[in-house]
Write a protein that binds this ligand. Structure first.
Ligand code: NAI
Length: 468
């Protein structure tokens, strides 16, 4: 479904009309055009609060990019910035700044107490207005749950409010702001997440917090085909978000088993033929579904690297009018089937080492939605499942969730016009996301370098105003 308003408002007449009437003026977001495209280009400024532990890693990740790297100089609060490495040049924040930055990256891991928050102001105050269209703000802090001193925990928790507020300020430029919370000692696990959050792959991800934990070192991945040699199961792959996930994982080198209900076989086959994958007809709520899926994987591949639980349904009715089969179906497809499939795959040891499970939640599961008690319960349950399972994952396997906001699919195209328009505009980027945006976030979770990304629920929602 195309967003005609987005196109109109970016014509000269549309721009003037929107300005005159005070209407939202969304900008077209820059998304990945080619897989071999550098993850970031242009001028990138990095800074570090005194004692920053991530700055060397930031420097090494960015040093491998096509960006011109600068490190902030002058305020005493940013004294560690030079550790960004010899590829970075000093830039005085005290004088006039002429560069337009594709990204402003701050290592705030060194904050010890709330007075140290001044470093955040000192870095972003003189530079934020120099952020380019579709630019990136990325803050790296220490996970507050790992800070023993309350003052330190408070300082790092403050970064969350700061980042979300910045996201709201820069959204009108099509830019995003996100926060990585690093566990102590997890510097080496930052690379894949820095790349994702700075790249066009995260065009519709803003106001998010991702937690990066310590894990064993990730094998080096080919940046153009990081998922080469991996096998992915994608449920609900015949259309919409699932189709895009299947295409994106295949684009990144994986062999994809696309699964959908038997009635969707014709479309599914087209998708899997296009990406040289395999199609599996299966209703995931069927009694024997977990066994059928496990048998298929075992027989054809001997194991699976990525399990992407994308299949989902809505059965909307207000609670008092909801027939019981609406309730049962929404819970069964969106929640119970995922648990049973994972249980079978793990029991039969079919999830490979370094494997990934990704579940699709929804903003409805975070905020609740009118007429969707069943769907909201199921999608909220997905979050509970992921958080509990994350503690049990072994062999560098991870489990994470994506909570999409308003994504342009057949599901959202079927909404009444006014609700659809509200859904599209009520976020910092004033537009809906594309299935590709969800798929790119899943590809980041699946990246071999994302071993430390476990138990997260990242929203792909353009920083929707709905939910926390
Ligand atoms: P869609 O309705 O276009 O696709 C869902 C797919 O799942 C279909 O191909 C369908 O046949 C398949 N499916 C349904 N029941 C199944 C079953 N019992 N067994 C096997 N396959 C089954 O939906 P869309 O929009 O692509 O959504 C994908 C996921 O993203 C869903 O989990 C949905 O809840 C979630 N989501 C979507 C949002 C959006 O804005 N489109 C927002 C938030 C979450």
């Amino acid at each position: 479904m195309s967003d005609r308003y987005l196109k109109f408002v970016n014509t000269p007449v549309g721009k003037t009309t929107a300005q005159t009437l005070g209407l939202p003026q969304p900008l077209p977001l820059k998304r990945l055009k080619r897989n071999d495209q550098p993850f970031i280009e242009g001028d990138v400024l990095v800074g570090a609060a005194a004692g920053g532990k991530a700055i060397s890693m930031i420097g090494s990740t960015l040093g491998a990019s096509a960006a011109r790297l600068w490190h902030a100089e002058d305020p005493a609060t940013l004294e560690d910035s030079a550790k960004a490495g010899n590829k970075s040049q000093p830039l005085s924040l005290a004088g006039e700044i002429n560069e337009k930055f594709s990204a402003l990256v701050l290592d705030a891991t060194g904050l010890n107490d709330t007075t140290d928050l001044r470093a955040v102001y000192d870095f972003y105050h003189p530079t934020i207005r120099r952020l380019a269209t579709c630019g990136r703000v990325l803050v790296i802090g220490q996970d507050p749950s790992t800070c023993r001193a309350p003052a330190k925990a408070a300082a790092h928790r403050a970064l969350e409010g700061f980042t979300r507020a910045v996201g709201k300020e820069v959204g009108k430029k099509g830019a995003t702001a996100n926060l990585l919370y690093m566990a102590p000692g997890a510097e080496k696990q930052l690379d894949s997440s820095i790349r994702f959050f700075l790249s066009p792959r995260s065009a519709y991800v803003s106001g998010q917090v991702a937690r990066i934990g310590k894990s064993s070192e990730a094998p080096a991945a080919n940046p153009v085909a990081p998922l080469a040699g991996k096998v992915a199961l994608v449920t609900g792959a015949s259309r919409g978000i699932g189709e895009s996930i299947a295409e994106t994982l295949a684009r990144d080198g994986a062999t994809v088993i696309g699964l959908d209900i038997p009635q969707a076989m014709e479309s599914l086959q087209k998708v899997t033929d296009r990406i040289k994958g395999k199609a599996l007809a299966c209703d995931i709520t069927g009694k024997n579904a977990p066994k059928e899926i496990a048998d298929f994987i075992g027989k054809n591949f001997g194991g699976v690297d990525f399990v992407i639980h994308n299949a989902g349904i809505t059965r909307d009715k207000t609670l008092g009018k909801m027939p019981e089969h609406f309730w049962d179906m929404a819970i069964a497809v969106n929640l119970t089937a995922e648990e049973l499939i994972d249980e079978e795959l793990m029991h039969r040891e079919l999830l490979n080492d370094n494997g990934r499970i990704v579940c699709i939640s929804s903003i409805s599961g975070i905020a609740g939605n009118f007429g969707q008690t069943n769907y909201s319960a199921a999608k909220s349950g997905v979050i509970g499942y992921v958080e509990a399972m994350a503690k049990q994952m072994k062999g560098n396997t991870t489990i994470n969730a994506i909570a999409p906001g308003f994504i342009e699919t057949q599901m959202t195209a079927a909404m009444p016009l006014t609700i659809r328009e509200a859904g599209r505009r009520m976020n910092s980027l004033s537009q809906g996301g594309l299935p590709l945006d969800v798929a790119e976030a899943i590809a980041w979770y699946c990246n071999p370098g994302s071993n430390g990304v476990n138990g997260n629920v990242v929203r792909v929602c353009g920083q929707s105003l709905i939910g926390k």
